[in-house]
Design a protein around this ligand. Structure first.
Ligand code: SF4
Length: 348
């Protein structure tokens, strides 16, 4: 079976629950919190749901303690790069979001980033069939449609206007088509927003990969990672470019790389999990009207890197299971009303 086919097979819409092939390892158990309703609900109802959710979590933990179970108590039954990074950033924030199921109105930055993701994803789907990018206006129209839908629930525009955001989005997408898009050719439609599930130290980690590429699919145009067997690209919309160090230490990219290496372990020659060259990188669309609004920084996934990811994932699963969620330092730049929607709940 080829590697591309293997990735296609590992593309579950809802990853199947894994069988216990390694009985000594701890395994996450699905938790009732996962059934929390996703639709918007009135605040008082949200609070009722938060109380119920917390009660179920505590009941689950006390059952584990009384039976001596070694399973991890994860609110959704699995971890994701988003969950892991939130718990490391601020455990209290994780508790509000995943134990109490308290969702805050979307931040305008999140809506802008999501709209870029949708537009770029549509462009990549088109390229799978045609090897040609969408015209600039069509790509921009995709952004506008996604942004218009997403911004309906935004309460705080943080001093920005819709015109500001649309103007820079048009510029950023034009730049993307010129500067970076020629390097991108997804393996197939399955490898765009590719859902994955990987076992890391007995803990299921799930997520979505923006784009998976192989050099052969990119023909002669591959200017990034030309010698990699597989290259993973993650799109970011940010006020600044990413550094090499941020790419090297990104848990999100580390999880993606581990998944790809594990997929190689399941397929035949010419590559295996040890010799496979897997590159990961951030393509950043910088929120600006400058000429250099697009950047790419990549790195190769090494065994050392995967070991590091495994230790962090294990620590996060253990700390969530213990049920202690301390506040992060108030000096953390993210701990303020602008960046944390739970600030008032935390500090009144
Ligand atoms: S206000 Fe600070 S401590 Fe509280 S959840 Fe937000 S980041 Fe964490």
């Amino acid at each position: 079976m080829s590697f591309a086919d293997m990735l296609g097979q590992d593309c579950p819409k809802k990853p199947e629950p894994k069988t216990k092939t390694k009985p000594k390892k701890k395994k996450a158990k699905s938790h009732p919190v996962a059934k929390a309703k996703k639709q918007a609900v009135p605040t008082d109802q949200r609070e009722v749901e938060a109380i119920r959710s917390r009660e179920k979590y505590q009941l689950h933990r006390s059952e584990q303690e009384s039976t001596g179970s070694e399973e991890y108590a994860l609110p959704l039954g699995y971890l994701s790069p988003t969950q892991i990074e939130m718990d490391l950033r601020c455990p209290k924030q994780y508790e509000y979001r995943y134990i109490d199921c308290l969702k805050m109105p979307p931040a305008i930055a999140l809506v802008e980033g999501s709209a870029h993701h949708i537009a770029l994803s549509q462009n990549n789907k088109c390229k799978v069939k045609t090897y040609i990018d969408l015209p600039p206006q069509t790509l921009f129209d995709q952004f506008v449609a996604a942004f218009d839908t997403g911004c309906e629930d935004v309460e705080d525009w943080e001093g920005q206007t819709k015109d500001d955001i649309l103007k820079r989005a048009e510029h950023m997408l034009q730049q993307y088509l010129v500067v970076f898009a020629p390097n991108v050719q997804p393996i197939s439609e399955n490898h765009i927003e590719h859902p994955f599930a990987v076992d890391i130290a007995g803990i299921e980690v799930q997520g979505y990969i923006d784009v998976c590429m192989q050099p052969s699919d990119r023909r002669e145009r591959a200017a990034i990672a030309p010698d990699a067997d597989v290259t993973i690209i993650d799109y970011k919309t940010s006020s600044r470019a990413k550094s090499q160090q941020e790419v090297l230490t990104s848990l999100q990219l580390g999880c993606y790389g581990t998944y790809i290496h594990n997929s190689f372990a399941k397929c035949s020659a010419p590559r295996n999990a040890t010799t496979a060259k897997v590159d990961v990188g951030f393509c950043v669309l910088k929120k600006s009207l400058s000429a250099n609004s697009i950047s790419y920084v990549g790195a190769r996934i090494t065994q050392e890197r995967m070991n590091q990811v495994e230790r962090v994932v294990t620590d996060v699963a253990k700390s969530i299971t213990l049920g202690f969620f301390p506040r992060c330092s108030p000096s953390n730049y993210l701990c303020n009303p602008k960046y944390c929607g739970y600030y008032r709940k935390c500090y009144g």
